[in-house]
Ligand binder design. Structure first.
Ligand SMILES: *Cc1c(COP(=O)(O)O)cnc(C)c1O
Length: 420
């Protein structure tokens, strides 16, 4: 999609009484249809919805592994479950430290705490919003066991640097690909660079089965431990003793119904990602050079899959903060929200108050999270304004949104939007 950028209109922005830039409703399309219904019918006709007896989960796993060029895929009940299974299978244990991004979903964090391990937060890159390998290196101690690389917004972390770092220190690399369906790094799908790659099929991701997750790995032994880690450590292989759990594992099984929908959705992934890439590519081109606004920038070597579009405002250039800018965009009819998750994860009461469990001790209580500091992550959240992305958004959406963002920025930059 190559769109022509018109001149910035001289009329005032909507917040100052002008006409809205977004004049037409956003494009939308149903996510689920006949393909999902046909799969669901087949699943029900099997007369079992249990993964070990039906075919849908097994088929999904085979197709998912093939699609990503991985040897093994293990399906489970959510992205959080996928990450917890990875931590369990890799032996993350009480007192271990796991280095992770401070801007993410709780699904990246809860598994660490459930293993009795200690989340350690490393800072991010200012434009890519993913782990800065140098910041990760500075956080490694003799207690570090693993790094969870969160591919935020569909942009890969610097995977070659992180893998080299993990290999040098004997650490496990777990990829959190929940926002990165379809994202490629070095021409290969993310989730295949670490020891385990974890995907989420929740309602809000690129593709969905309501809730669901998948873990990728190339290691056969790890694949077996991952299977056990999603199924109470019950060994369902034909010759094995079923109830001999050798370690603690939850029930994170995927049902045949979820797998049925997940298979149909996987077939739509390439098209969804291609549309998002075209749309965000066009938006980036239209917004390039907008005063006081910095655009997201993919990690070198990454072809991102654009789960959302997070721009940052420069308050010095605009005389306006993210809240004022967000409000101006809202007045233009542009969907957006300021500050993404609000605070970095380490500033949540869960960390500042050590309130994970009603009574301790938990090893993370020894770490004073009020002293944790990731200045780049804090600045990203402080100045970030998030625009939602959807594969159904149209060229008109793109042109209108770009016009509204540019008009608001020009107005603030000219000093007219300044308070007082
Ligand atoms: C959504 C998400 C998760 C958790 O996935 P669920 O399926 O909701 O459990 C984990 N990490 C990131 C980065 C996410 O966006």
């Amino acid at each position: 999609m190559t769109l022509v950028r018109g001149p910035v209109r001289s009329e005032p922005p909507a917040i100052a009484g002008g006409e809205k830039a977004k004049r037409t409703p956003y494009g939308s399309a149903p996510r689920y249809g006949d393909e999902e219904l046909a799969e669901l019918r087949e699943a029900l006709e099997q007369n079992t919805l249990f993964y070990a007896q039906g075919r849908k989960v097994h088929l999904l796993e085979a197709e998912f592994a093939a699609r990503h060029g991985a040897k093994h895929a293990i399906a489970c009940s959510s992205g959080t479950a996928a990450l917890h299974a990875a931590c369990t299978a890799l032996g993350v244990s009480p007192g271990d430290e796991v280095i992770v991004s401070p801007i993410t979903d709780m699904g990246s964090i809860a598994p660490i705490l459930y293993q009795g391990a200690v989340p350690v937060f490393a800072d991010l890159t200012p434009r890519g919003y993913t782990l800065d390998p140098a910041a990760v290196a500075a956080r490694v101690t003799e207690k570090t066991r693993a790094v969870i690389a969160v591919h935020l917004w569909g942009n890969a972390c610097d995977l070659s640097a992180l893998r080299a770092l993990c290999d040098a220190h004997g650490l496990f690399l777990i990829e959190d690909c929940a926002q990165a369906f379809g994202c490629a790094y070095d021409g290969r799908p993310v989730g295949t660079f670490g020891h385990a790659g974890c995907y989420s099929y929740n309602e809000f991701k690129h593709i969905s089965c309501g809730d669901g997750g998948v873990v990728l790995t190339d290691d056969a032994d790890l694949a077996h431990r991952l299977r056990l880690s999603t199924d109470k450590a019950y060994d369902r292989r034909p010759a094995a003793l079923l109830r001999q759990p050798a370690f603690l594992a939850n029930n994170y099984r995927m049902t045949e119904l979820q797998a049925a929908v997940a298979r149909a959705q996987l077939r739509k992934l390439d098209d969804i990602v291609a549309r998002r890439r075209r749309w965000c590519g066009a938006l980036s081109a239209l917004l390039a050079g907008t005063p006081g606004v910095t655009l997201p920038e993919p990690t070198p070597g990454c072809d991102p899959s654009w789960w959302f579009f997070l721009l940052r405002v420069c308050p010095e250039a605009l005389g306006a903060d993210a809240d004022a800018f967000a409000k101006a965009l809202k007045a233009e009819g542009i969907r957006n929200s300021a500050h993404y998750i609000g605070k970095p994860i380490y500033a949540y009461p869960l960390f500042t108050d050590h309130s994970a469990f009603e009574r301790g001790p938990h090893p993370y209580e020894a770490r004073d999270y009020t002293r944790e500091s990731c200045p780049v992550a804090e600045a990203i959240l402080e100045t970030g304004v998030m625009l939602p992305v959807n594969e159904a958004f149209t060229e008109t959406d793109c042109v209108e949104i770009a016009a509204g963002v540019r008009r608001a920025a020009a107005w603030f930059a000219s000093g007219q939007g300044r308070k007082g």
